[in-house]
Design a protein around this ligand. Structure first.
Ligand SMILES: NC(=O)c1ccc[n+]([C@@H]2O[C@H](COP(=O)([O-])OP(=O)(O)OC[C@H]3O[C@@H](n4cnc5c(N)ncnc54)[C@H](OP(=O)(O)O)[C@@H]3O)[C@@H](O)[C@H]2O)c1
Length: 248
């Protein structure tokens, strides 16, 4: 993969006490891993689930007082707005939007995916994360960081068809996400907040599958360290979990 080594805009890797993160989509996989990791690093975490998640409940019990669970289907704008009202008096240093999905069989080319199914992927991966980003942007502290999970598959310049299939609909939905995030950044230019689009690696989760080469802990710790390095830079960047800058 053609990536360039990341500049290291900052060196801080451990946060001061009392910092807060909102993780949208934390019932399992990378979102759950991030919620647990930030809590373990001393952050206060608000973590959302779409339905009851035993994994998230266990994480909250294992880190008493550190993880607050809230309900969110990111495609339900009424739920997003009611969550916004519930958190009206809370500010976050970081908002990390992780929720995402793939189509049922990502090996199919786009014309073989029923339109309704493709639309669901585009809404879930592109429209809804950016709706949520706009709705919650003022819940970030000045100088805070909005992070959104995308994929290297979204890149128009690094395109390679991986051995696990073409993922056409999925990758196009993440390309749309990246473009919407860039539009968002333009609209909020000069605002002082940082916007990071993350590729987490190909990770062993329900989505990544058991053949993925990167384990969850490695990805999550890399995302954590990279995010802290870029905090406060006011930049827009497309990064991977190892801190490499990806091309759009
Ligand atoms: N794993 C990889 O190799 C990889 C690579 C590149 C990018 N990513 C991205 O990383 C993110 C997390 O992926 P993952 O591997 O952890 O996937 P996963 O194990 O399939 O988990 C997906 C997560 O997204 C949530 N979600 C999906 N649709 C939602 C909705 N409408 N509302 C709220 N939550 C929703 C799921 O909640 P439920 O439990 O309710 O379904 C679950 O928490 C995704 O954006 C994915 O595209 C993953």
């Amino acid at each position: 993969m053609a990536v360039s080594a990341a500049a290291a805009p900052g060196a801080r890797v451990s946060p001061p006490a009392g910092r807060r993160i909102l993780v949208a989509g934390a019932s399992r996989g990378l979102g759950l891993g991030l919620a647990k990791s930030f809590a373990a690093h001393g952050w206060n975490v608000v973590a959302t689930e779409r339905g009851a998640s035993a994994g998230l409940r266990a994480a909250a019990e294992a880190a008493p007082g550190r993880i607050q669970i809230e309900r969110l289907d990111i495609n339900d704008t009424d739920l997003a707005q009611s969550l916004r009202r519930r958190l009206a008096h809370e500010l976050f240093d970081v908002i990390f939007i992780v929720a995402g999905m793939r189509d049922n069989d990502p090996n199919r080319p786009v014309h073989e995916v029923p339109a309704r199914e493709a639309a669901q992927v585009f809404i879930s991966n592109a429209y809804s994360p950016m709706y949520f980003a706009e709705a919650f942007f003022d819940r970030l502290v000045p100088g805070g960081t909005l992070a959104i999970m995308t994929s290297v598959m979204a890149s128009l310049t690094l395109i390679s068809i991986p051995e696990q299939g073409t993922w056409e609909v999925y990758r196009a939905s993440k390309t749309a996400l990246n473009m919407l995030a860039r539009c968002f950044h333009e609209r909020h230019r000069g605002d002082g907040r940082t916007l990071l689009l993350f590729h987490p690696g190909w990770v062993k989760t329900d989505m990544g599958g058991i053949n993925a080469p990167v384990d969850l802990a490695t990805s999550v710790e890399g995302l954590y360290r990279t995010l802290l390095k870029w905090e406060g830079t006011r930049e827009l960047a497309f990064l991977d979990y190892q801190g490499n800058i990806l091309t759009w």
